[in-house]
Design a protein around this ligand. Structure first.
Ligand SMILES: Nc1ncnc2c1ncn2[C@@H]1O[C@H](COP(=O)(O)OP(=O)(O)O)[C@@H](O)[C@H]1O
Ligand SMILES: [Mg+2]
Length: 267
């Protein structure tokens, strides 16, 4: 048996694959026909403005929301609508939007909560040390209640807690939200280090296209619940409408702009 088969891996295929996924909140369809894939070891990003459906994609992957249509495969296994705890056990961790830490637990205990599905004490202790090496401030504050941390430190803790499950894939929901540009930059640098040093695959959703396109390898653009564009981040950074609407000043969608351009040429 090969090493990959031993890990239940789908050799050579994507580590994560969504096919035609549709998810709703009651009568409201939040995402429609979403297909995307993430290669092992990659940082992939989904860019989109507020309300585009980014968080819904991540919640559907991690089993918080059951999709009405479509499938989610992780390491070749169909995990569509499976129990979130089982999905974590398979090696997929979700850092939700708004960095939900347990405010009345210490930093240390928050980290232990991230390892609750594990039984390898030595591995847990090693990962705790590694997390403290990435974020030394968390080691300094280990005994403090998490609720007393700053927003940036809580984001660090939320990422660290996900790492404590020793995941192969991390879903990261808008780590830059509400943080200063300096802190955002620091956090992105560490996310890239985690990817390079641990080989952890990352799917990052962001409104901050500038940071995301610099950190990630491959990107998708989501508008009104649909993917309207995908390419390598190097290519996306060069596209005029991405520059204009996601890296620049105007607040109009990619598709909206195309329609507008068409109108202009008809005159
Ligand atoms: N709990 C909810 N109940 C009803 N509608 C929701 C809920 N959460 C999100 N939505 C709607 O679903 C759409 C997508 O939301 P979301 O995935 O949170 O977008 P994003 O993360 O890109 O800002 C939005 O129109 C939003 O208003
Ligand atoms: Mg969101």
């Amino acid at each position: 048996m090969s090493a990959a088969a031993g890990h239940g891996g789908d050799m050579g295929g994507p580590i994560l694959q969504l096919l035609n996924v549709e998810s709703s909140y009651g009568p409201i369809k939040a995402i429609r026909g979403v297909s995307l894939q993430v290669a092992p070891g990659q940082i992939a990003t989904v860019l989109g403005s507020n309300g585009a459906g980014k968080s819904t994609i991540l919640k559907t992957i991690s089993g918080i929301i059951d999709p009405g249509k479509g499938t989610v495969h992780f390491k070749g296994e169909d995990i569509t609508a499976r129990d979130p705890a089982l999905i974590v056990q398979r090696g997929l961790s979700h850092v939700p939007e708004g960095r939900e830490v347990f405010p009345l637990l210490s930093v240390h205990d928050n980290l232990l909560m991230g390892a609750y599905t594990r039984h390898d004490r030595d591995g847990v202790a090693r990962d705790m040390e590694q997390v403290y090496a990435y974020f030394p401030i968390l080691k300094e504050r280990a005994a403090q209640d998490a609720g007393l941390l700053s927003g940036g430190q809580q984001q660090m803790l939320a990422i660290s807690r996900a790492l404590m499950a020793n995941p192969q894939l991390i879903l990261l929901d808008e780590p830059s939200l509400g943080l200063s540009p300096k802190l955002t930059k620091e956090i992105f640098e560490i996310v890239v280090r985690i990817n390079r040093e641990r080989g952890t695959t990352i799917l990052l959703v962001e409104q901050n296209a500038n940071m995301a396109l610099n950190a990630a390898d491959y990107g998708y653009v989501l508008e009104n619940g649909r993917i309207v564009m995908e390419d390598t981040c190097a290519a996306l950074r060069e596209k005029e409408d991405i520059k204009e609407f996601y890296l620049g000043m105007k607040d109009v969608g990619v598709r909206g702009e195309r329609r507008w351009k068409k109108k202009k040429t008809w005159r």
